[in-house]
Write a protein that binds this ligand. Structure first.
Ligand code: PEP
Length: 257
């Protein structure tokens, strides 16, 4: 995988028990074999619920699938009296490559603020997981600010405050108003913010790291809109919620070209 290989990441949210996750990944295997024929350069990852990760790992190993996986969240702590939390160390021990940090549902439903996201980014990196830091503005925030990228840039700078240049991270720009609403940002709107985020990355971590970092778009990505989004120069992949639960939709998104 080179620095900015397009990444198609399916966030299952709280869907699929471990048996359903096995059936899904087995079906996905057909698409992946096909894609390897057609394209050399697209990375596919799934983000199952914690209780599915061991099963997903088993199928990937048994079928030798070119499929990465990650967790939808992780604890900022490594171990101890944190009932219900899951350590990055446990996730990494299950072979996962990624962990989402600061998904808007974590920020809004679970009250995760920029400080918690910063601690979670650091926890992921301590355990050799690549953090996928999610940023994005709500509709009210978009309407209230002069620059639609302001909220995302603030979240990015805070979340990456302790990250050093050259570290592999992934950014996902997910405007909250486009998540699960069917209201997709236009390719131009998405590009505008992703370009601004790359500029902020350059300020914080240097040009070289900014040029090597993948920035994904997320928010109602579907087979019908993925190609136009992927044509934008600062968009290196997609984080897909609803459409990643359908084999047909996720497969055509993976074959977007
Ligand atoms: C998400 O939750 O990350 C997401 C982008 O969801 P959806 O594709 O359903 O809008």
């Amino acid at each position: 995988v080179t620095a900015r290989t397009p990444l198609m990441a399916g966030n299952w949210k709280m869907n699929f028990n471990h048996l359903q996750s096995i059936a899904f990944v087995q079906k996905l295997a057909w698409t992946l074999k096909d894609v390897q024929h057609d394209f050399e350069q697209v990375e596919v990852a799934v983000f199952p619920p914690f209780t599915d990760i061991r099963s997903v790992q088993t199928i990937i190993q048994a079928d030798k699938l070119e499929l990465e996986y990650g967790a939808q969240d992780l604890s900022q702590h490594d171990s101890g009296a944190y009932t219900g939390d899951i350590s990055g160390e446990f996730i990494r021990t299950l072979g996962a490559r990624y962990a989402l940090v600061g998904h808007s549902e974590r920020r809004t439903i679970h009250g995760e603020d920029d400080e918690i996201c910063r601690a979670k980014v650091n926890a992921a990196l301590r355990h050799e997981l690549v953090p996928v830091l999610c940023v994005g503005e709500s509709l009210e925030e978009r309407e209230a600010s002069a620059n639609p990228a302001d909220v995302s840039i603030k979240q990015l700078k805070a979340g990456l405050a302790d990250v050093t240049p050259g570290t592999e991270i992934v950014i996902a720009y997910e405007p909250v108003w486009a998540i699960g609403t069917g209201q997709v940002a236009t390719a131009e709107q998405a590009q505008e913010v992703c370009a601004a985020l790359r500029g902020a990355l350059a300020e914080q971590l240097g040009e070289e790291t900014a040029a090597a970092t993948r920035i994904l778009y997320g928010g109602s990505v579907k087979p019908g809109n993925v190609a136009s989004i992927m044509r934008e120069p600062d968009i290196d992949g997609a984080l897909i919620g609803g459409a990643s639960l359908s084999i047909e939709d996720f497969s055509s998104i993976i074959r977007y070209r």
